[in-house]
Structure formats: C-alpha cells, structure tokens
Design a protein around this ligand. Structure first.
Ligand SMILES: Cc1cc2nc3c(=O)[nH]c(=O)nc-3n(C[C@H](O)[C@H](O)[C@H](O)COP(=O)(O)OP(=O)(O)OC[C@H]3O[C@@H](n4cnc5c(N)ncnc54)[C@H](O)[C@@H]3O)c2cc1C
Length: 397
C-alpha cells in the first residue's frame, strides 16, 4: 500500500495550487459578484495544460492520469468552484466522452480542435426540462434524413453551453425505440455554428455565478451521420459511464470547497477574540474544527481511491457515488460550520464564507443528486455481483 503521489501527480497539484492562489483567489469574489465568465483565467488554464489534463498526448492533451486531474481540480476549487466547474464540465463531461467513445477520426478532429487549435470548451447535454434525474426520459429527437441527423428538442442548464469559446455540445437524443419499448438513445456531436442551434441567456444562480449555463435549442439542426459519438444506440451506456467519472470529479470539487471553508474558519477562530481570548481556545470551536478536518480527510481519501480505481481500469461506480455523496455533504457541513465560526460577519457578503455557503448546495444536485447516488450505492450492495466484479474489487482492496 502506498499513499504517496507520483511525481507527475504532485506536479499537477502544485501547478494548480500555484495558479489558483496567484490568479483565481484574488478575483474570485469579484467574478462572483459581477457574474462574469473568466475568459482570461480559462485561457491561461488552457496554456498550462489544465483544461486538457486527461486528454492523451497524441491528441495534443497533457496525458495526465485521473488521480492527477482530481488533485488539480481540488486545488482550483479551493480557490473558486465557478472556475472549478468550468474545468470539470469541460474535462469530465465535454472531452472525456470523445476520448472514451469517439472514433479515431472524431478524436483527431475534435480533441485537436479543443486543446490545440481554438482552445475551445466542450459541453455535455443530457438534462432537459422533462428529463432531469430520469435522464433516460430524453425527449430530444434525432432522425436520419439523407445521411444527416435532423435534431429537434432542447437541453437545460448545460455548463459551458454558451461561452464565446464553446466549440459545441455532445447531446443525447432519442433515435428510435428498442424491441422492449425502451428508447434508443444516441450521443451526437453538434458544433456551435450549426444552423438552427441557438442558446438562451445565462441564468440568475445562487452559486457558480461566474460559470456559464444555458438552455440549448435545436430546431431542425442537421449534422452528418458521422457525428454520431461512437456507435448509434450507445448513448445510455455512454452517459452512465461519463457520469460515474464526473461524480468523482464533483467529489474533488467538493473537497476543494470544504478545504477552503476549513481554512477560513481556522484563521478566523485564531483571530477573533471574545471573553478576552481567541475563540479558538473554546472547546466548542475546537471540536467544530476537528470535525471539519476529519471529514475532509476522509472525503479526500474516498475521492482519490475512486480515481485510483478508475486509473487501474477497475470497477469504480460504487466508490464514485460514495465519494460524491460524502464529499458534497462534507462540504455542506463545512460551509455551515465556517459561517457559524465567523458569526455575524459570516452572513455578510464581504466574507468568503458567505459565498461558499451559497455555492455549496449545487454539489448535492449536479451530476446525480444525493438521492440517486444513494440508490446506486444501495443497488450495487444488494445486487449479486458477478464473479469478475468481486475479483476486481478483491484485487483493489
Ligand atoms: C448549475 C447547474 C449546472 C448543470 N450542468 C449540467 C450540464 O452541464 N449538463 C447536463 O446535462 N446537466 C446539467 N445540469 C443538470 C443536473 O445534472 C440536474 O439538475 C440533476 O441531474 C437533477 O435533475 P433535476 O434538477 O431535474 O431534478 P429532478 O430530477 O426534478 O429531481 C428533484 C428531486 O427529486 C429527487 N428524485 C428524483 N427521482 C428520484 C427517485 N427515483 N428517487 C428518489 N428521489 C428522486 C431528486 O433527487 C431531487 O431531490 C446542471 C444543473 C445545474 C443547476
């Protein structure tokens, strides 16, 4: 057993930390207040290789592993989760499906364009007005006509869906019905400039205010059949696998935010004096700090274990859901306790902890709510695991 990071993982962590402390932390509150998308910061993150961190080098990416990516993401989110979700949605939801399921031509073309040519962002369109947790209930349709998909429908809350540097979206559409009556779902790559593809304005949000989410509309949008991501009819399997990995990353995002809450709470506890002494001298405050630190340590361990399993090619879906639920709930408790330790000042928008408190809730909702992740965990515990799965797990533990 070895808890040490590799040199490369450590390098990603340090690079992200240095960049986050130097370039993101100083402007995070302003970006949030002004609800501005941080183009300059994202451009620099592209230059540093952070936005292509897990994309193989042969396509111009950084070729980093999943542990290294999650370590870097935690550091970015310790500074700001708006920037963090921009990175996460691009890497885990935008690029990963193309890396994992794209044809060699698609990888060459789109990944090349994303990381090298245009420094573009890519989005993942699953959620719709009537298909949230029940993403299989997708109503967007795609029909073949003369060698082209004709796409109609809409997607909701799509991160990176409408920035000036968005290259396109990989959207899940219903392409038919299976013999068992279930919908056939297919992932289709839709470039930003396709006719009939339009975007709504940004939303008024409680958190992630400097990130970009849009409603996307498809009205008779035509793309070549070759824009099918991998194989037709594989959309359901593809989005489940994409979300498994995305959940680990939302776990890392939550750990970063929880760590920021802890650090703010610790420094305030040492500074603030009441009854003639620092409030950190009161046991009531010390126990809060101890609980926060313990939970963060545990959440980080869960995230990194799930990431490590993925890097080893072993089953990691259960661990991903566990890490996501525990880390997001840890962050929620940490934000709550940080405000409590800050007292009235923590309720003021002049404090960082007030912003963290607003931002933390979405972690329990995006990329699978806590309820649905608990269901996934329970189902995996209750189901008869295949011999293969048991073996893989035994080797992992
Ligand atoms: C800021 C933001 C960014 C987002 N980015 C993206 C993106 O980039 N791409 C994308 O595709 N989507 C994105 N989403 C959508 C997000 O993934 C969904 O919000 C999430 O999956 C939950 O769906 P919903 O909000 O429709 O909730 P609903 O499905 O309406 O659920 C409402 C409540 O019912 C509960 N519930 C539902 N079904 C069950 C059940 N079977 N058992 C128990 N409880 C249940 C849920 O857990 C929840 O508590 C984003 C959302 C937001 C707010």
């Amino acid at each position: 057993m070895n808890f040490d990071y590799t040199d490369e993982q450590r390098r990603w962590r340090e690079l992200a930390r240095e960049f986050a402390e130097g370039e993101i932390s100083p402007v995070a509150a302003k970006l949030d207040r002004e609800q501005k998308f941080p183009y300059e910061i994202v451009r620099k993150m592209c230059d540093l290789g952070l936005m292509g961190l897990t994309i193989p080098e042969e396509y111009g990416g950084s070729g980093g592993d999943f542990v290294g990516y999650n370590l870097a993401l935690e550091e970015i989110c310790r500074a700001d989760t708006s920037v963090g979700i921009t990175m996460e949605a691009h890497v885990s939801l935008g690029c990963a499906p193309i890396v994992d399921f794209g044809t060699p031509e698609q990888k060459e073309h789109y990944l090349g364009e994303i990381v090298q040519g245009g420094r573009k962002l890519w989005a993942f369109g699953l959620t719709e007005p009537n298909a949230g947790t029940d993403a299989g209930g997708t109503e967007t349709t795609a029909e073949l006509d003369g060698g082209e998909w004709v796409i109609n429908g809409e997607k909701k809350w799509i991160t990176n869906g409408g920035t000036d540097i968005t290259g396109g979206v990989t959207a899940i559409a219903k392409t038919g019905e299976r013999e068992n009556g279930k919908p056939e779902l297919t992932a289709i790559i839709i470039e930003q400039e396709r006719e009939g593809f339009t975007r709504g304005p940004g939303y008024e949000k409680t958190g992630w205010r400097a990130s970009d989410q849009r409603q996307l509309y498809f009205r008779d949008v035509r793309v070549p059949e070759s824009n099918t991501l991998g194989e037709r009819g594989n959309g359901f399997r593809q989005f489940l696998r994409t979300l498994d990995a995305g959940r680990v990353a939302v776990g890392a995002l939550s750990v970063g935010l929880a760590q920021a809450c802890f650090e703010e709470a610790l420094s305030r506890a040492k500074e603030r004096r009441q009854f003639g002494r620092a409030i950190s001298e009161f046991q009531g405050i010390q126990f809060k700090l101890a609980d926060m630190a313990m939970e963060i340590e545990l959440a980080r361990g869960m995230v990194l274990k799930a990431a490590w399993l993925k890097d080893k090619g072993r089953p990691f879906g259960r661990e991903a859901s566990m890490a996501k639920v525990f880390a997001s709930e840890t962050a929620k408790r940490a934000a709550d306790q940080a405000v409590q330790i800050w007292g009235g000042e923590g309720f003021m928008e002049t404090s960082n902890v007030a912003r963290y408190w607003r931002q933390v809730k979405i972690n329990e909702i995006g990329e699978g709510t806590s309820e649905i992740n608990r269901q996934i965990i329970a189902r995996s515990l209750l189901r008869e695991e295949s011999g293969e799965e048991v073996k893989a797990r035994m080797t992992a533990q």
